[in-house]
Design a binder for this molecule. Structure first.
Ligand code: PLP
Length: 399
């Protein structure tokens, strides 16, 4: 009886998602090299991955991952605190700290667990979190798990944030948290503005640099470095920098860059760090090689920015985009979930994969194609994509 009730509730919820055009399924791909994928017997160019520098298929990174496996094996088989801590982990952490301009860093099993673990260990009941409305799901879950009072401020609206800060001058720890590059829009957080408000209202600032690490700034350090390059911000002014190894760095895992004191605290208090197996040697080996390439091959970023410029121009000329994206992420919005899905499906016939993103990943009424361009796309692939977008829009007519 129990089971039947439950299954009715499950299929009802799924049917409800079907009706809203929000039911999700997984597509199965074959990876065939840099930004080339095979899906349902079609060879496609991928414009949806977060592999901004093409690192995941880079020969040097593959070799480094393989070497780490041959030395240390396929698993650490333990948490860092028991017997899983290798010199490789500590080397990676010191490299990440240097990249981020902080004293130290700590790696996690994923960016998701880094956010959840950090937020839930650093603030708690009686404390206050101020969180941007478009922050990543892992930040939202971290806020919930922390049990701190959480106030959401309107996306990127620092006037609103200031009003909220004024209204909550309570005691307790106070943390402002924001994505630095917003994952679904490609917008930049106003880091100098956030730093100023945090100083004024006595808050710690935490930035999620998942889409900025390896990409933004003169050395690929992230958005804080981007503003540091302009003389507007210093890394000391941002207490907590979270990032992931799984996007531009082409590996897997997450990290927090901070003071050594915060690192020591996390090692003792952060449950997603303490009770989870240390990153496998392959992921650490890959990330180390990738950080070396970020340092030694600025040409990868140069190529990325050239491609970003090319795609932006094409999208603007065809009326697909008029926003402000200064990143490799371009949202092309549609009036309905259905239309975004249709565009994505029709693009397959033209040899391109661009995923449609629907609620709850994005707010209601903002379903979109989220196009990401990388250093490994060619000019003709980018021009081809823009051409095909225009063609598909023409055949589909008004939404
Ligand atoms: C992808 C992402 C994460 C999670 O990182 P994973 O390493 O994939 O778990 C966190 N924050 C943002 C903004 C992201 O885009």
């Amino acid at each position: 009886m129990m089971v039947m009730n439950r299954s009715t509730f499950i299929s009802e919820e799924l049917n409800q998602l079907d009706r809203l055009c929000r039911r999700r399924t997984m597509k199965r791909f074959v990876f065939q090299g840099v930004q080339r994928i095979r899906f349902q017997d079609q060879d496609l160019i991928n414009f949806s991955s977060n592999d901004y520098l093409g690192m995941s298929q880079h020969p040097r990174i593959k070799v480094s991952a393989q070497k780490a496996i041959s030395i240390a094996g396929t698993s650490t088989s333990s948490s860092r605190l028991i017997c899983g801590n290798l010199d490789l982990h500590e080397k990676l952490e010191s490299e990440l700290a240097i990249l981020k301009g902080k004293d130290s860093s700590l790696v996690f099993a994923s960016g998701f667990t880094a956010n959840v673990g950090l937020l839930s260990s650093l603030v708690g009941e009686g404390d206050h979190i101020f969180s941007d409305a478009l922050n990543h799901a892992s930040i939202i879950d971290g806020c919930r798990l922390s049990r701190a009072t959480t106030s959401i401020f309107r996306h990127g609206d620092l006037e609103h944030l200031e009003n909220v800060l004024k209204n909550f001058r309570a005691t307790g720890r106070r943390l402002v948290v924001s994505d630095s590059v917003f994952s679904m829009d490609g917008e930049l957080a106003d880091v100098p503005g956030l730093v100023k408000l945090c100083e004024q209202y006595d808050c710690c600032l935490m930035l999620d640099e998942a889409h900025a690490t390896g990409v933004m700034g003169s050395r690929g350090g992230g958005l804080v470095e981007y503003f540091q390059d302009r003389g507007e911000v210093h890394p000391d002014e941002v207490g907590l920098l979270m990032g992931t190894l799984s996007k531009a760095l082409g590996s897997f895992g997450g990290f927090i860059a901070s003071s050594s004191l915060v690192r020591d605290y996390l090692i003792n208090k952060c449950r997603s760090f303490i009770f989870s197996t240390a990153l496998p040697p392959s992921a650490v080996g890959a990330a180390l090689a990738s950080l070396e390439l970020v340092r030694l091959e600025p040409s990868l970023r140069e190529k990325l920015w050239k491609n970003v410029g090319l795609l932006r121009k094409g999208l603007e000329q065809n009326g697909f985009f008029s926003g402000k994206s200064e990143t490799p992420i371009f949202p092309v919005l549609f009036a309905s979930e259905h239309r975004a899905m249709e565009m994505s499906e029709r693009l397959l016939d033209h040899g391109f994969f661009v995923a449609a993103i629907r609620p709850p990943s994005v707010p209601l009424g903002t379903s979109r194609l989220r196009i990401t361009v990388t250093a490994s796309h060619s000019s003709s692939q980018i021009e081809g994509l823009v051409h095909s977008l225009a063609k598909v829009r023409e055949t589909l007519g008004v939404d």
